[in-house]
Design a protein around this ligand. Structure first.
Ligand code: ATP
Length: 898
């Protein structure tokens, strides 16, 4: 049947048939073959069926975001205030309050929209890939390019990216929980199942959105994009990541508590005013409204959200893609990083350095491998027992692609004179056991001149015990296992990665190898030692982490001695050998925890050990970042405080479980991300420390005025102006604050530490009192000089704003002095924000519409000088407090949170 009529089938919803069809029938209906489509056919079908994309995540629309801005206790309070002022006929107050609520909502909507797009753009960086067979060749493509009829290759850890009818399945198991809710992986076969089967029982199918957990399979794509089963389950796609983090929730709670305290203080103050000074109820109501408006940092949630979103963008530009927003905060608090070795700490540029054969050690370095006797047998064995591919690039010289270690082995075979393509086609692969970091070897069965040959390669500990003889130049000899292990350790101590290669003639045929505990009775051909040097930037990053009080642990599947040697080169530990997975198994719970804490190099560990290590470290209150790439790493990644998956070498399964994905698989990126996480947290703390004294000063101003029986120095609408327009603009500038020098020179923040770091609460109070005294003093002086109330208020508001502008410069540094060049000029955004605000204050003071709205009066030059003279010393106050703290050692050497 032609492809076009298949389209009709699928569009009319007749998809149920595929699982009930014979695999061959499905292939022929799709006009496909097991060798895959060719490029021209793919293009044609892409034009017919469109790209293989799910409908984009349903985003909250602008209106919904706008509406959500009103779901806030303070806004309710303001709206009530607006109603009451309207009822009292204070129309201007009503208008300003409503305008401010609207402006607040609009700013919030725009900022959240930006934050959401930032996150979405970043999610776009994680576009899924698919491995397909096209024109008989294996290719890795963007999953959007899949078309019906494509042959999809399924391997452990890979995400199934379209609906497929399986025509080959070896031990294939697929986790379909995302689609069916079934938590246990489903075994797949190629046999047709009855047409009326439910999704969960369609064992002959693989569905888009599910994950391969084990085995291998091949399937022909039957549906793509929205025509897949996933595409039809629309609720699943409605999953929108909410813009919330523990910190934001914490702030929200704080805001609500604050609101309650403020309402009661407002009521008490109003009562005091009425009883003590005989103020009218209306006046006192306005004072209480002013107090509520003054004390609550309205703009804070928006500032925190935008700081986080900016941070996520900066992280992406440093190759760390954040999948879950709260991870940004957690990153800054990480105390232990557990990292894989190969490719993350090392370069993953592998070359074979040495061969150990029955006749002794052959050091190759840059020389070609010997091509006789056991060396030749070894070269031929690795040519067959390898998943790396040789592609004729430009028709002449072969290009080898695949896992770097296997590429190194094929390069070895080539240098020994093996024509890999010819040799492979003379000895086709009939069966195999794929490599798995649990059993640490792979095996293939190849056709041989007179029967079948089983070839096994893997870690020496996994392969040598399966051998009973060793290949020599003239036949085979008895194997001295202990001697081989001793030699292996010498090679490993030079930091070399080891691989043993063995083979056996198979009499019983290929099926043999899947039985029992794996292959036995092999003939050992030899050991290959491969160099994979540490990345230079990883050495620097490990040192930086150690200075920052973060422990780095290497957790690898490699040999204990190799791991320790690389560990020494990285500056992790001086141990002779790493703790092995077997060592860990022998420990009781307490000893396990101790070992997890004290040792830094863990070798020959399985993914299950990784999970136990994370749990043990967390039980000791460590905040753990853990890297992983394999499908079995998913539980450890989920459990870790920050799961870090590899973007290049990792499986989809690992990526989906991780909080952060490294686009470059590089350890140095984790260190950069922790650095960035600390900066983001610092900047949020800086914003809070900046905004709180202003709020406190305004609230105190009203309370003091009422209790002392004075006129209000600032009106509620003026306070709204200060809070919404000036404080938020200024505080937002702190989101762009560059890192302080000492971010990575202090220990990690404790996660249970309060939002306001030790000793800094006092700064809030001291600064608030200074602002209060300056503003109130000037206000009273103006009144005493016989100025009109509105003019005195105008001066008071301008003084308050000037206080903020100067204080902003000091707030850029939590503990370091800001009295230097970089303190003043280091953040351009702060300078711009300051200038914008000064301009806004001029408008506030002189523009007639603003004078009408805010009841302001023009000020003379002398009054401006006065305001500057009174407010500027706030820098001395804040800097004095910092200097005193540094001398007294309060909170030092910690920064934010310590
Ligand atoms: P890390 O866990 O740090 O990435 P690793 O890559 O060494 O380290 P594994 O991939 O689990 O960890 O490999 C463990 C051992 O298995 C290797 O030291 C090697 O001896 C063997 N091995 C690795 N890849 C293959 C392969 N493709 N074929 C056969 N054996 C392999």
């Amino acid at each position: 049947m032609a492809a076009a009529s298949q389209k009709q089938d699928t569009e009319s919803g007749d998809q149920s048939a595929w699982h009930a069809l014979d695999a061959e029938e499905a292939l022929s209906r799709l006009d496909a073959s097991t060798a895959g489509l060719d490029a021209q056919e793919v293009r044609r079908r892409l034009a017919v069926y469109g790209e293989n994309r799910q409908r984009p995540l349903r985003r909250r629309g602008g209106l919904a975001r706008f509406a959500s801005q009103f779901r806030n206790l303070l806004i309710y309070l303001l709206l009530v205030a607006a109603l009451v002022t309207a009822a009292l006929g204070h129309w201007i107050d009503t208008a300003v309050i409503v305008a401010v609520v609207l402006i607040n909502a609009i700013i919030g909507t725009i900022q959240e929209g930006k934050a959401e797009s930032a996150l979405e753009a970043i999610r776009g960086l994680l576009a899924p890939e698919a491995t397909v067979r096209r024109s008989g060749r294996r290719e890795s493509i963007d999953a959007a390019g899949l078309v019906p009829g494509d042959i999809l290759i399924l391997e452990p850890g890979a995400k199934v990216t379209a609906d497929v009818r399986l025509f080959s399945a070896r031990g294939l198991a697929i986790d379909e929980s995302a689609l069916t809710g079934e938590s246990v992986p489903v075994s797949k076969t190629t046999d047709p199942v009855p047409a009326q089967c439910g999704l969960g029982d369609r064992h002959s199918m693989g569905f888009a959105g599910t994950l391969v957990t084990a085995g291998e399979g091949l399937g022909v794509v039957v549906a793509t994009g929205e025509r897949t089963q996933l595409g039809q389950v629309t609720e699943m796609l409605a999953e929108v990541e909410t813009l919330t983090t523990p910190l934001l929730r914490h702030l929200d709670r704080l805001g609500r508590q604050l609101a309650l305290i403020i309402v009661s203080t407002g009521a008490l103050t109003a009562l005091a005013g009425i009883l003590l000074h005989g103020f009218s109820i209306v006046e006192m109501f306005m004072a209480a409204v002013g107090l509520a408006v003054a004390a609550i940092p309205e703009g804070l949630p928006a500032i925190v959200t935008i700081t986080l979103a900016l941070g996520v963008q900066r992280l992406a530009s440093r190759n760390a893609i954040v999948r879950r927003l709260p991870a940004v905060e957690t990153l800054g608090a990480v105390t232990v990083i557990c990292s894989d070795k190969t490719g993350t700490l090392t370069r993953n540029e592998m070359t074979v350095q040495e061969l150990l054969l029955a006749d002794g050690l052959h050091v190759l370095r840059d020389r070609a491998a010997p091509s006789d006797g056991a060396a030749d047998a070894l070269a031929r064995a690795v040519a067959l027992c390898s998943d790396a591919a040789v592609e004729p690039a430009g028709g002449e010289r072969g290009r080898i692609s695949g896992d770097p270690m296997e590429v190194a082995l094929l390069a070895l075979a080539e240098s020994a004179g093996v024509d890999i393509e010819a040799y492979r086609s003379a000895h086709p692969r009939l069966d195999g056991i794929p490599f798995d970091s649990g059993h640490r070897y792979m095996a293939t069965v190849n056709a041989d001149d007179d029967g079948h040959r089983l070839i096994v390669k893997g870690a020496p500990e996994a392969v040598v015990p399966r051998c009973d003889r060793v290949l020599t130049g003239s036949g085979t000899a008895a194997l001295d296992e202990a001697a081989w292990h001793r030699q292996a350790e010498h090679m490993a101590a030079r930091g070399l990665r080891l691989l043993a290669v063995a083979e056996r003639r198979l009499d019983a045929g290929p099926a043999d190898i899947h039985h029992g505990d794996g292959p036995e009775g092999l003939v050992l051909i030899g050991l290959v030692a491969i160099i994979d040097p540490p990345r230079d930037e990883a050495i620097a990053a490990v040192a930086a982490c150690q200075r920052a009080g973060i422990e780095v642990k290497m957790i690898t599947g490699d040999h204990a001695v190799t791991a320790a040697a690389i560990g020494r080169q990285l500056g992790l530990a001086t141990d002779e050998r790493g703790v092995t997975g077997d060592d860990l198994d022998d420990l009781d719970e307490a000893a396990f925890r101790r070992t997890a804490r004290q040792r830094s190099v863990f070798a020959r560990v399985s993914p299950a050990h990784k999970l136990r290590l994370v749990e043990a470290l967390q039980a000791d209150d460590e905040v753990v970042a853990m890297t992983g790439d394999g499908v079995n790493d998913a539980p450890a990644l989920k459990r870790a405080d920050v799961g870090v998956a590899m973007g290049q070498g990792g499986t989809d399964a690992a990526r989906e479980s991780a909080e952060i994905v490294l686009a470059d698989d590089n350890f140095a990126t984790i260190e950069a991300a922790v650095h960035e996480g600390r900066v983001i947290y610092d900047n949020i703390v800086k914003s809070i420390l900046f905004i709180l004294p202003t709020n406190a000063a305004q609230a105190l101003l009203l309370v003091v005025a009422v209790i002392a029986g004075l006129m209000l120095p600032v009106t509620p609408v003026q306070i709204l102006w200060v809070n919404m327009i000036t404080a938020v603009t200024l505080a937002l500038a702190l989101a762009f604050e560059p890192p302080e020098d000492a971010v990575m020179a202090r220990p990690p923040r404790r996660t249970n530490a309060s939002l306001i770091p030790e000793g800094l609460g006092w700064r809030v109070i001291i600064v608030a009192v200074a602002m209060l005294m300056g503003t109130l003093g000037l206000f009273l002086r103006e009144l005493a000089a016989g100025r009109d109330l509105a003019e005195a208020r105008t001066l008071a508001v301008n003084t308050l704003v000037l206080f903020e502008v100067w204080y902003l410069f000091s707030a850029r540094r939590l503990r370091e002095s800001a009295l230097n060049r970089s303190g003043f000029f280091g953040n351009r955004t702060v300078l711009i924000a300051g200038a914008v605000i000064l301009l806004a204050q001029l408008l506030f003071t002189y523009a007639p519409p603003m004078q009408l709205l805010f009841d302001t009066r023009p000020l003379g030059l002398a009054e401006w000088f006065l305001a500057i003279a009174v407010s500027l010393p706030i820098i001395a106050v804040a800097e004095g407090h910092k200097a005193w703290q540094r001398r007294a050692g309060v909170g030092v050497p910690g920064g934010a949170g310590r």
